[in-house]
Write a protein that binds this ligand. Structure first.
Ligand code: NI
Length: 227
């Protein structure tokens, strides 16, 4: 289950991120990789504990929490401090596993990684290659989104980034522990919310059936949520 969410960041904000990131020193991306993924990872990363990464990460988290589509799709309990990476020509990340649990020693946060997120910070025409490939039930999904857009996918999926053959692919990536652990349950609440929002536009929020469906939506989350 992949969900694309447009316009998490506006174009001005993306340009501001890129300006700040370009002025900093990057390190080898293997510093945050697990044992399996370190063998297939070739990219650069902003040092995860650096002030710049933390400040930009906080801006990403604020933008996410203000985005109703993101909240509905992820039902987030915890968002891992966002990381930032860059693939220049020849860089790639072979097929790999994301660690099931991650800890952040600066904040003490510990999360079960239910969802992986890539927030694109380069426009698709700035680079060739660099597609995110996610293996899901329906086959390989290839993802390359406009700058400021994000894709959410189950952290349980094997995934990779194809080699960049021109330009640079810059992105933020991080993980989420959702209140709803089960991917399919989360998908149902998301689809139901989308359908309810459409009905609200047609019938108003206080139509009796809309009210009833809204109640069911909340009861499903009440039933499944782990806090
Ligand atoms: Ni990964």
């Amino acid at each position: 289950m992949l969900i694309s969410i447009p316009d998490i960041l506006g174009k001005q904000e993306v340009a501001d991120f890129r300006r700040i990131m370009d002025a900093h020193v990057w390190e080898d991306g293997r510093s945050t990789a697990g044992a399996q993924s370190a063998e297939v990872k070739q990219n650069d990363q902003l040092p995860p504990d650096s002030k710049v990464a933390r400040e930009l990460g906080n801006r990403v988290v604020s933008a996410l929490l203000a985005n109703t589509q993101f909240i509905s799709a992820a039902v987030p309990l915890r968002i891992f401090p966002p990381l930032f990476n860059r693939y220049t020509q020849g860089k790639f990340f072979g097929e790999h596993v994301d660690n099931c649990v991650r800890g952040d020693h600066l904040t003490g946060m510990r999360i079960r990684t239910d969802l992986s997120v890539t927030l694109f910070l380069s426009e698709p025409d700035e680079y060739d290659g660099g597609e995110l490939i996610v293996k899901d039930y329906y086959g390989d999904q290839r993802v390359k989104l406009p700058a400021g857009h994000a894709v959410l996918y189950p952290a349980t999926s094997l995934h990779s980034v194809t080699p960049v053959t021109r330009g640079a692919r810059v992105s933020s990536f991080f993980w989420i522990q959702s209140m709803i652990r089960d991917t399919h349950a989360r998908r149902m609440t998301y689809d139901m919310d989308l359908a309810i929002q459409t009905l609200v536009e047609r019938l108003g929020r206080n139509d009796s059936e809309v009210r009833s469906l809204t109640n069911i939506y909340h009861n499903l989350i009440r039933n499944w949520a782990e806090l």
